[in-house]
Ligand binder design. Sequence first.
Ligand code: NAD
Length: 501
Amino acid sequence: MPLDVSPQNDGVSTGTISRPGGGKILDSYSPVDGKKIASVSSANETDCLEVIETAKKAFLSWRSLPAPKRGEIVLEIGTRIRHFKTELGTLVSYEMGKSLQEGLGEVQEMIDICVFAAGLSRQLYGLTMQSERPDHRLFEQWHPLGVVGIISAFNFPVAVWSWNAAIAWVCGNTCIWKPSEKTPVSAIAVRNIVCGVLREHHLPEGVFCLLTGDGTIGRQLAESPDIALVSATGSTRMGTQVAQATARRLGKSLLELGGNNAVIIAGSADLTLAIPAVVFGAVGTAGQRCTTTRRLFVQRALYETVQSKLLHAYSQLKIGNPLDEASHMGPLIDKDAVDNYFNAVRRAGEQGGKLLTDARLLTEFESGCYVTPVIIEAENHWQVVQEETFAPILYLMAFDTIEEAVEMQNSVPQGLSSSIFTNDLREAEYFLSSAGSDCGIANVNVGTSGAEIGGAFGGEKDTGGGRESGSDAWKTYMRRQTNTTNYGRKLPLAQGIRFDI
Ligand code: NAD
């Protein structure tokens, strides 16, 4: 089946109905070859208000559909996406610049989360507690929240939406998606796939909504008291603004923000695992994953060996068109990202950082977005190392004791993903203990990037504290209600309080 992406690139949709938005035109250019993919009309403030009203109305009927029925529809959406896996994965790869394998992997995550959510739809369990009062039942239920706003980042143009939408839907919420202004065409392609299923089930307009646009639309969602939960993925700067806007109205937010992830290679590490994990973690998606490996700590005795193995691996890397399966690394998203890359390299150099590989723009590619991945010997406390630069830059550092490595790893503002490579049980367990990694994700003999949907995904500190996807992350998309039923003929009060009248 061909993927329908040509149509009117209407940036405002309430499901099966789409229309042009009143906002400015977004032109999407591919970083792969610099060509324009399409123009998309984006939403303005009035469009946003109208869509919120439609989503609110749809919530009233969607929440009444039994959760397992909602789950069946989400499963069908996953199946429909599966039909278009190659086409959608290719478009994601072309619009974002990640390798085709990663584009396909992203779509696979969408399918997987729909399957997960369908199963979850029968498992939105609440507890029953023992009441201290006779003839009383004490229990809890989980109810849907209302309209969930999903703000997503450019680097996962479609998967992040699905992690949120699939779970939010089975929980009984309706969703409004504000994708990145850098990847609007992938979002429209998803709408075109999903709307077929919505139509076949005669679902009301408003269960799925799309509003393309820049941060102003995201801001409007964050400020709206009608958005029960704002799930925002992106930079810490954006998350801080969303947190403040939702807090001002005492609303809920789920924040998935920047990372500054580290791998520790301990003396006993199996380098046949560690080296490929570090290289994939550092250069995969051209260093534009929230879980990209940005810092590498190596036990001093292994430092020279690891350095030379890394340099050998980097020399083998093929940088090129990400749609070519032979390429290991594609372009950065745009020329601003290229500037940020050179800026970070320059700042590290000014601090005394030693570049072990060349930092170069590959001028043979017309888009002007292809750079070489770099390794820099650095120090953890340098400001540039403390920041997340969304580019393939790996800072290399040595350590003597495992305590020192964990201390350095934790000494950054972000807390997303972390790894240790070791064959020493004590080191591994120390790393996973409360005194170990302070990140939301901590792995042993597994790199920092490439999480599975079955676990709860997210991180601490400047990463925002949110959790989405698997495990019990669904609870964020529901409100908990504690219930007490008295089936007796007396009215005993809790804590033994007496009130005789
Ligand atoms: P970004 O912050 O520039 O934009 C992300 C989204 O937020 C976009 O849709 C944008 O339009 C919107 N936005 C911008 N300002 C806003 C505001 N004031 N209010 C509401 N919405 C606003 O991020 P980006 O460059 O697209 O993505 C890269 C960043 O995302 C990196 O920091 C990366 O680590 C992070 N990220 C985190 C995760 C995670 O799960 N922790 C996943 C993917 C990406």
